[in-house]
Design a binder for this molecule. Structure first.
Ligand code: HEM
Length: 180
């Protein structure tokens, strides 16, 4: 995982829990700041940091990942407002993940491995997003999607109907149809 993500985790944790809690978390994970934005850190180190934040807060790993995803969107917006501001709703924004947002990430951070999502509409007019990654960070994805929905004042409603952690080949999120 690129250092920019560890740095972002630090910003979110400091904002939410304070400097001391964050310092305890990085010490527990055996890491030290500053993180190098461009360096690729082993996933084990990133996971240790998330686990340390979870321990610090007394929550599970999935909840910590979801919290990080929910917190990250405001920072992504501050870093790259143009990626958000041309859209009127969350679906239009999310639909640019594969073609615009993550390709931009791979250009800015060579070696980054951001995931591609599958997009489809079901018979009920809901948006079905599929996620697959060896990192299996679906709780992080869920938090990012929910916060993206909130960013556009869309109701933050989704169902996580398939999950790699439950033995499915990929994760599937069903986003409730937007009011038109
Ligand atoms: C402007 C918005 C966004 C930016 C700038 C951004 C940027 C990034 C970056 C830098 C990484 C780390 C890649 C690496 O270190 O190898 C990443 C990973 C990831 N991104 Fe995005 N992202 C954005 C929006 C989203 C949204 C809305 C989702 C919603 C699902 C998403 C899902 C993920 C996931 C799940 C990962 C973890 C990597 C993995 O699954 O293997 N991102 N993104």
């Amino acid at each position: 995982m690129k250092g920019v993500v560890l740095e972002l985790l630090g910003r979110c944790a400091r904002d939410a829990f304070g400097e001391q809690a964050w310092q305890r978390a990085i010490a527990q994970a055996g890491l030290a700041e500053p993180f190098d934005q461009q360096r690729t850190y082993p996933d084990a180190e990133f996971n240790a940091l998330v686990a340390a934040v979870a321990t610090e807060r007394g929550i599970g790993i999935d909840d910590a990942q979801r919290w990080f995803g929910e917190s990250a969107v405001a920072h992504f917006h501050a870093m790259a407002p143009h990626l958000f501001d041309q859209h009127q709703d969350s679906w239009s924004f999310l639909l640019t993940l594969n073609d615009i947002i993550h390709p931009q990430v791979r250009r800015d951070f060579p070696g980054a491995s951001a995931p591609d999502f599958g997009f489809d509409a079901n018979e009920a007019g809901e948006l079905v997003m599929t996620y697959h990654s060896q990192r299996r960070m679906c709780a992080f994805a869920e938090g990012l999607i929910l916060a993206s929905m909130r960013h556009y004042d869309d109701p933050p409603e989704l169902r996580h109907v398939r999950c790699m952690h439950r033995g499915d080949p990929h994760c599937e999120f069903v986003l409730t149809a937007l009011q038109t």
